[in-house]
Design a protein around this ligand. Sequence first.
Ligand SMILES: *[C@@H]1O[C@H](CO)[C@@H](O)[C@H](O)[C@H]1NC(C)=O
Ligand SMILES: *[C@@H]1O[C@H](CO)[C@@H](O)[C@H](O)[C@H]1NC(C)=O
Ligand SMILES: *[C@@H]1O[C@H](CO)[C@@H](O)[C@H](O)[C@H]1NC(C)=O
Length: 377
Amino acid sequence: MKIQNNFLQVIGTCVALMLIWLTFNEDNPNQGVTVPAINPGMTYVTHVFSKVKVAAPFWQKHLCDLRNVSLEATEQKQIPLHISMNDAAIKPGEKNIFLLETSCDPRPTYRAWCAVESWAAQNPKGYVYYVMTAPYLQDLTGIVTALLAAYDNMKITPMNLTQLFQLTPLDKFFSTLKWAKSTGWPTIQLSDILRVALVWHYGGYYSDTDIICIKDVTPLHNVVGLQQPHELNNAHFHAQKGHPFIYKIMLGMLQHYNPRAWGSLGPTLFTRVMKEACGAHILDSKDGLKFQKCFNMTIMPQRIFSPVFWSANQKLVDEGGWEVLEKDFDASYTIHFYSQLIKVKPVRAGGRSVYDVAAKKYCPVTYKFATAHSHFF
Ligand SMILES: *[C@@H]1O[C@H](CO)[C@@H](O)[C@H](O)[C@H]1NC(C)=O
Ligand SMILES: *[C@@H]1O[C@H](CO)[C@@H](O)[C@H](O)[C@H]1NC(C)=O
Ligand SMILES: *[C@@H]1O[C@H](CO)[C@@H](O)[C@H](O)[C@H]1NC(C)=O
């Protein structure tokens, strides 16, 4: 009886929201990307209406403690992200696209939202999942609502990580918090293991949140990119569900993890596994468009995913840089901005740096929010 009442209540709320929304839209036929008055996007977040309180899982407690984020939504404009058994209802498929927030951050940066939006915008046939570890999202500006309303192929996804990792060889590594103990980089390591677990279990693409997608990538299958000659990057890759290369990566993680070395589960490991399988020569692509294959993975030359070399990434935020570099992006599907290196430098809106122009073009909703009250982002 009680369940039925709750159910009716939820249906009632949905119908009411729908009507308000329709009315609102009718009054504003040309509203473009402005923020809707209410929150239709809420319905994309699974279990928003759930009243069932479940204790935060151990991994979430650990992450949120590190950041001093409370485990419960208490203020207004917080969208709760409840973890449940069947969250997200992600289907296995080649067109899944995963981006991650692994530091219990309820307020991802505009640059992170830009990445997420760019994937949704350039890949209308893809399904973009932004997997969150925070217990709620703080939507003070309304950007979350606006993005979810603008892209119906984009979802915010809380996730039962225990359940996911149980389906992989990384189960124990995850559940014993090995990735978080005696190390300075728990969130990076979680991100490294979570991306491979997701792609292994569901199949699809993974992308870091300092990448802007500039082209439909869905024709590319089973790919990984070089970030410089002789070195692969794990910042963006695609693999079919259950791909043997990803399996090998997971085994490599168990074997080669070093809590005291930065990124021991990242590019170094991808590079090592590939070299062990096919020999070092497999990675010495000069920057020509030479596509090597190993493990049924195609190794993409640098310019496909990371057209500007990381040590030159200053060029990506220099004013007027777009005009200088635009031609270099002809063959590229994504631009990697290496946020670790450029986040200290704000970009001026209208300055026509590569970041400025790319954001305006490829993540228009986020760009509008980011530049609404500030000349820099
Ligand atoms: C953590 O948050 C609490 C409550 O918001 C606050 O009182 C405390 O000072 C914070 N601690 C740190 C280390 O930031
Ligand atoms: C997450 O999954 C684990 C393992 O399947 C299960 O024991 C736990 O109850 C789940 N947590 C939630 C909140 O559903
Ligand atoms: C190898 O990869 C291609 C796509 O790149 C895919 O169509 C094919 O099924 C894969 N083969 C095997 C044996 O996994």
